[in-house]
Design a protein around this ligand. Structure first.
Ligand SMILES: [Zn+2]
Length: 408
């Protein structure tokens, strides 16, 4: 690493700007002198908590050829759990730096935050946290920190925790206790890294973030801030993964795949003035293959005056054109029967229907979602004829015949 000028936590914007310029000047100086090509030189990004300065620093350093870039994260920021600022800093750095080079984050040493910073695009990190925490009797886990003084049983099964009890550990002399505790802390970090790599391999990193968000309100805030950058993260999210995604309700609505789906939906070519047939999207996917939908879909799909759309819980409106795209058919979700969720989804479906300027709408209504959607549609477009057909108890063949009769 070159000799940089760290911005720190307490610098004002002007001072931060100066550290950025000074680090760039030193980088140029260093690059002139660097002879050895077998060393991976690190280009530090400065700016501290001043996001504009971080962006400027990232762009400037990115123009200079370093094998690795690094972002300094002031320890105070981590200690105060100001993850919101940290998220903005990392995103600003990632946006300015070449994406083909790894980004190192300084001072990130708590396993609980690893999945979040990896999701933001940090490839490497380092910290003395495992030892510093051990010194003050703190036991690291993927869900947070525990005090050795208060633990009755170790949940971890690493070689340290498996061979001693918290009570025994408390009675050791200070240096021995510190050593064992740091070993566990370090193993907890490595174990978390394995979990993250495996989650990336199986396409489940975001699920891990959502899961972790419930360990502590501070992590929930962390995720809420990351979600604000979902459109940016979406650009780097694989379009196809080995497995589908999980939709856990509202919290999953803004994950990058969901953002991508709503963009795709807005690009579906619109055929105005047709009849719109709305069918319930149930657990069976693709939605049109549901045995109660298939007889209706097979008779209507090729008619030029009909648009088919499924109303679903995870995705809101799913036009027939997108029914077989990833990750729709592979998404696991559940119906919480929450009236607010129905209302919100019904609003999305109604907005989609409105865009189509339909001649008439046939709603094959099912359950409370269907009822809510019926109400939402009747107010959505004046003079719009909405025909509600009760899905329950009616035969799909009879339903489709009555639709065909009406559209001619
Ligand atoms: Zn352990």
């Amino acid at each position: 690493m070159i000799l940089d000028f760290p911005t720190g936590f307490h610098s004002d914007a002007r001072r931060a700007g100066w550290t950025v310029d000074e680090t760039v000047r030193r980088a140029d100086e260093a690059l002139k002198r660097i002879k050895r090509r077998d060393i991976l030189w690190v280009g530090p990004v400065q700016g501290g908590v001043h996001i504009k300065e971080v962006s400027r620093s990232a762009v400037e350093m990115g123009k200079r050829s370093f094998a690795i870039y690094a972002l300094g994260s002031p320890t105070e920021l981590m200690e105060a759990q100001r993850f919101d600022v940290l998220v903005d800093m990392i995103v600003a750095a990632k946006k300015g730096l070449p994406h083909s080079r790894p980004l190192h984050l300084f001072g990130a040493g708590h396993p609980a935050m690893f999945p979040f910073i990896v999701a933001l695009g940090c490839d490497m990190f380092d910290s003395a946290a495992y030892a510093l925490y051990a010194r003050t009797g703190r036991y690291l886990t993927s869900d947070g920190t525990q005090e050795l003084a208060q633990i009755e049983e170790f949940s971890c099964m690493c070689r340290i925790c498996d061979s001693t009890t918290p009570e025994e550990m408390r009675h050791l002399d200070t240096s021995e206790r510190e050593q064992l505790l740091s070993k566990h802390n370090l193993l907890a970090c490595f174990s978390e890294l394995r979990r993250i790599r495996e989650a990336i391999r199986t396409g489940h990193l975001w699920d891990l973030l959502e899961h972790r968000a419930y360990a502590n309100p501070a992590f929930k805030k962390f995720l809420a801030k990351i979600v604000q950058h979902s459109p940016f993260l979406e650009q780097f999210t694989p379009t196809v993964k080995p497995r589908g995604i999980s939709h856990f309700g509202e919290a999953s609505d803004y994950r990058p795949e969901m953002i991508r789906y709503s963009v795709r939906r807005s690009r579906v070519p619109i055929q105005r003035g047709r009849a719109v047939v709305l069918l319930p999207g149930r657990w069976r996917r693709p939605y049109h293959e549901d045995p109660r939908n298939l007889p209706i879909v097979s008779k209507l799909a090729n008619r030029s005056n009909v648009s088919l759309c499924f109303y679903t819980i995870p995705f809101g409106p799913v036009p027939m054109e997108l029914d077989e795209t990833f990750p729709l058919a592979q998404t696991e979700s559940f119906d919480s029967r929450d009236p607010i969720m129905y209302q919100q989804r019904a609003g999305q479906v109604a907005a989609w229907v409105k865009r189509l300027l339909p001649e008439q709408v046939f709603l094959v209504s099912e359950g409370e979602y269907g009822v809510t959607l019926g109400k939402e549609l009747s107010g959505a477009v004046p003079r719009l004829k909405v025909l509600r057909i009760e899905a329950k108890g009616s035969k799909p063949d009879r339903t489709v015949s009555s639709i065909i009769q009406r559209i001619g």
